[in-house]
Design a protein around this ligand. Sequence first.
Ligand code: TYD
Length: 260
Amino acid sequence: MRAKWGGVLTGLVGASTIAENIEKETMAESDYQRLAGKFVVFDGPDGCGKTTQMKRFLEKAEGAGVRIRRFREPGGTPIGEQIRDLLLSTKNQEMDMRCEMLLYMASRAQLVQEQIRPALEAGECVLADRFASSTLAYQGGGGGLSSTAILQVAEIAVDGAWPHLTVVFDLPTDVAMSRLNPLWAAGKKRGDVNQNPLFDDSAVKDRIEQRARDFFERVRENYLWQAKQWPERYRVVDASKTIAQVEKQVMKVVGEFFGD
Ligand code: TYD
């Protein structure tokens, strides 16, 4: 199993050889089939590059014939997209952390019932961009809510549809912030380069910058805490590397996780 996934990986450095390698590795397709009915989450702090990696993973899995569905959180359903607008609108600055946590969970509950569970039951692989691990990291680690309370609400929202594997994309907070806004690194006034209300500071003061940085540092630490807490269903990749290097790690951990 490991060697087969590794074989596919060999082609990732030169994109033109990907299809060729998949064809050559005749067993690779059946390896990918182990993803049928599996629920995989890619998660990590803003700026970790998980969305790029998801697209690549999705393309490869589809290329190997896997029936795979990708969902993003918050959102992924018409109701969830409306909740997403509420959550991410910069107009809702006064939103209480508990309200925020419950809205993320409400969006998730809808996504599970409407999309994730039916897809898994139909034998499809589900690839989710964030899940309950994000709520633990952001509203728990960052926002200070207790992980016990979040998990209690998550039990209701997730209703048993917990991911088989959560891949955490880890990187130093300063690297993540510099990726989101190159001005950050230069210590200049920040532009409107991302949609996250937590980052949306139109008149930046150092103290606020510092608070934002602390928040994201706690988010990162919480993801690493989760990975230690549940080693049987979490894997961490070093997301500070190049796209190709991170992709290689993703293939390795996913391949090994679902392999023999
Ligand atoms: P989005 O623009 O989708 O960011 P990304 O592409 O990084 O996923 O915005 C989602 C934001 O919502 C992101 O900053 C993380 C945050 N979030 C939470 O705070 N809690 C959650 O439970 C989830 C799912 C997301």
